[in-house]
Design a binder for this molecule. Sequence first.
Ligand code: EPZ
Length: 421
Amino acid sequence: MYKFVIEGGIPLKGEVAVSGSKNAALPILCSSILSDGICRYTNIPRLKDIDTIIKLLSILGVEIKMDENNVVSVNPGRIKAFEAPYELVKSMRASILILGPLLARYKQAKVSLPGGCAIGVRPIDLHLKALIKMGADIDVSHGYVLAKTSGLKGERIIFDKPTVGGTENIMMAATLAKGTTVIEGAAREPEIKDLADALNGMGARIEGAGESTVVIEGVDSLSGVEHRVIPDRIEAGTFMAAAAITGGLVEIKGVNVNHLAAVVEKLKEMGVGIVEKGDASVYVDGRGGVGPIDVETAPYPGFPTDMQAQIMALACVANGASSITENIFENRFMHVPELMRMGAQLEEKGNTVLVKGISRLQGASVMATDLRASASLVLAGLNAKGRTELRRIYHLERGYEDLDGKLRMLGAGIERQVGGI
Ligand code: EPZ
């Protein structure tokens, strides 16, 4: 087990480059199952979740490897196995994203139910209902989804609420279905548009990805592709919050600010200086401190739930009272008791947390529980007076490439050490 040891109070200074998007790379790697040819993906982040999906695809018989330049080469060949085992799926629920591609190309799949995770039950009912409508026979038994089809057919799919994974699974399934599929009420996250760009590069015919209506015209087969994954908007937002919470001045490079409009707007409202530079870089100036903010998470283009914990950490040291409301997941406040151990004045009221800003947090020993909660505790430690020890950082290493190394480059007093239960 590893922990982070953080000496807080150092304003971050300098420049940091954002890695490729975890939440774009995961579905894009799964989409290689659909291909007849070699796929080459660049700007893939070096993360535990990426290792997991590479292991899963290897188990299916896909030839896949990641080189030292963050390039993943895939030769899907003829897949010989069609099962995603519980051990892998429970460690990373995005494994469910092989369901659509396996059904579309091989007409069968056996995927463990993802089960819940720290932030909520996270069902996949919307995925399954849509696949059944497209002609899949689906049986859920003994903790597994058993799916088969004589051939998927294009259908009109209406999601009664936006689901990122559901939109991705159906979009991938529809690429090889007979006829045209229209997804209404599709999720609009940039990662969905990036997946569609990769699929269209393989010869798919997808229009409208990134909007709430997506049209996919089925084709007979898909070729190989070379695709560069978009930057990770949540990592970029996390570094923006880090500059703000330490009163620093940071240049974040290789970021698509358009993917973060709702976050930038809220940070500016709090008094953070954010100036876009031409070449996909943005200056973040936190030297003036921050004022309070009211935030409600919402599907894209609203404020992302994946930035909720991070902006809460920042609100803890704002000069005034803030409110943070989580509308996407039912249990995404695991960071609240840990932040309170650091002196944060927080009060949970249903799916809202009321924050009374204080001048500075206090270092403490705290526990990571899920990916973004861990990030918020790192931010809190960077601000806090004294030493913070963050345990169980394996949660964090699922979704941030070399976070401590990048923060040290910005002057942070953070070390990764063995220890911590
Ligand atoms: C994706 O998860 C992201 N993960 C999550 O990021 C992100 O928080 C989430 O989208 C929302 O933006 C990846 O892209 C790998 P959803 P996903 O389906 O697809 C409910 C991170 O920190 N729902 O959009 O699982 C669900 O319970 C992770 O990087 C159903 O009810 O999210 C949730 O309340 C965490 N039935 C809401 O919809 C379904 O069939 C949104 O879930 C599917 C979802």
